[in-house]
Design a protein. Structure first.
Length: 180
C-alpha cells in the first residue's frame, strides 16, 4: 500500500507527465484504452521501484522508458508472428536518419507490424536497449536524439544499437528457420 506522501508524489507526477506518457503509449499501441492501462501501470511501477532507482535519470526519462517497454511488451504478448523484420542496420552517418532499411515512423499498419516484429525480436532485452531500438529503428530518431532521451552519449547509443542489431539478426534467423 502506498503511503500518503507517495500518493501526493504520484499525483504530482501524473498531472505533470501523465498526458505525455499516455500519448507515448497510444502512439505505440494505437489503442486508447490499452494506452490508459499502460499509462497507469507505468506510474504504479515507477512508484514501486522509485526507492531502488539510483537517481541518474530524471523521473520523466524513467517513466518514458517504462511506458515504452510496457507498451512493446503488451504488443509482444498480443502479437502473432507476421514475418521477419527487414535488415537492421544502425545508420553509419554521424547524425543521419536510419539508412538502408525502411523505417515505419510514418505510421499506419506498417508501423504496427514493425512494432510487433520488433517485439518478437526483443525478447529478454533491457528496457534501455528496447527503448533505444524503438526510438531509432521504429520511430526514426537519430542516435543523438535517442541519447538525449536516454541520457546517453551518441557513442553509447551506437554501441547499444549495434549490439542489439546483432542479437536481433541471430534471433531473426532462428525464427526464420523455425517457420514452416
Amino acid at each position: 500500500m502506498l503511503a500518503h506522501s507517495q500518493i501526493d508524489t504520484l499525483d504530482a507526477l501524473y498531472r505533470r507527465f501523465g498526458p505525455t506518457i499516455h500519448r507515448r503509449a497510444r502512439a505505440l499501441l494505437r489503442d486508447d484504452q490499452e494506452a490508459f492501462d499502460v499509462t497507469h501501470d507505468t506510474f504504479l511501477a515507477y512508484m514501486r521501484t522509485q526507492a531502488s532507482l539510483r537517481g541518474e535519470a530524471s523521473a520523466f526519462t524513467v517513466l518514458y522508458q517504462m511506458a515504452t517497454y510496457k507498451a512493446v511488451d503488451r504488443l509482444r504478448r498480443n502479437a502473432r508472428w507476421s514475418g521477419v523484420l527487414g535488415s537492421l542496420e544502425p545508420s553509419e552517418d554521424d547524425d543521419g536518419r536510419p539508412g538502408s532499411w525502411a523505417t515505419s515512423h510514418e505510421g499506419g499498419l506498417s508501423r504496427v507490424e514493425a512494432l510487433r516484429d520488433l517485439a518478437l525480436l526483443t525478447e529478454g532485452e533491457s528496457p534501455q536497449v528496447l527503448t533505444a531500438a524503438v526510438l531509432h529503428f521504429v520511430e526514426g530518431h537519430t542516435k543523438s536524439e535517442v541519447g538525449e532521451i536516454l541520457d546517453l552519449d551518441r557513442k553509447q547509443v551506437a554501441d547499444l544499437l549495434r549490439d542489439f542489431a546483432e542479437r536481433a539478426r541471430r534471433r531473426s534467423s532462428r525464427l526464420e528457420e523455425a517457420s514452416p
